[in-house]
Design a binder for this molecule. Sequence first.
Ligand SMILES: Nc1ncnc2c1ncn2[C@@H]1O[C@H](COP(=O)(O)OP(=O)(O)OP(=O)(O)O)[C@@H](O)[C@H]1O
Ligand SMILES: [Mg+2]
Length: 248
Amino acid sequence: MKTVAIDSPHPTGSPARSVLTIRRLRKAYGERVILRDLDLELKAAERVALMGPSGSGKTTLLNVVGGIDGADTGEVVFEGRELTGLSDDARADLRRRAIGTVFQFFHLLPTLTVWENVELPLLLIHQPAKERRERVRSLLEETGVNHRAEALPEALSGGEMQRVAIARALAPQPRLLLADEPTGNLDSKTGERILDLMEAVCERHRTALLMVTHNAASTRICHRTLHMRDGQFTEELPREAVGLVEES
Ligand SMILES: Nc1ncnc2c1ncn2[C@@H]1O[C@H](COP(=O)(O)OP(=O)(O)OP(=O)(O)O)[C@@H](O)[C@H]1O
Ligand SMILES: [Mg+2]
């Protein structure tokens, strides 16, 4: 007989479950409209690449989804909850637990060791010490940096820094990972390894991914690719076709 865990926070039964829905999202800086009535839907475990020229609003979109920035109008619905309808505290708490972010320049805290950097988000959500230790240990192992646990970020290679940043982003077991040019500051071989790692961890944990990239080849780890121009998605290319597109 098949057992169904009805109280599971991460139901994996329905592949069609929506993690993120954006409806008519609009944001302007002064007269300049950056996001022009955007619509987007991301399903659980779905990986979507976001491309577009510099200044087209890719980081702005990630910041709004991640709750770092607000929109003017429109809705950002995360697992059925409308973010702008939540109190600041509730929104911050949801962000800490459910949405992880990886940046181009890693953004590790320089005075904390690798271990402490990965542990920090778990302290912020008050995870008990024993669980926390086990979680950090398993993440460092999974991302291949356990031998660097006591090092400070300055002593790491770029690839190692990004592995630590990925471990940190995944620590609270987020359902959505936002990545803003995660391989933009790495040499191509290291970048390929980081992409493979992101694909593997997202697949294993059924984490949805929204990844900004300037490199069409990087979209290989994604199920589909959105192109942004003048604040709108201009086209959605099938995975096989994106290698043929020249990015400006
Ligand atoms: N706080 C701000 N105030 C005013 N304008 C801003 C602000 N933040 C971003 N912008 C402008 O909004 C536009 C979109 O910026 P954004 O960072 O989202 O672009 P992007 O697509 O991520 O570009 P890139 O590929 O260079 O990272 C840019 O023209 C930028 O100058
Ligand atoms: Mg950007």
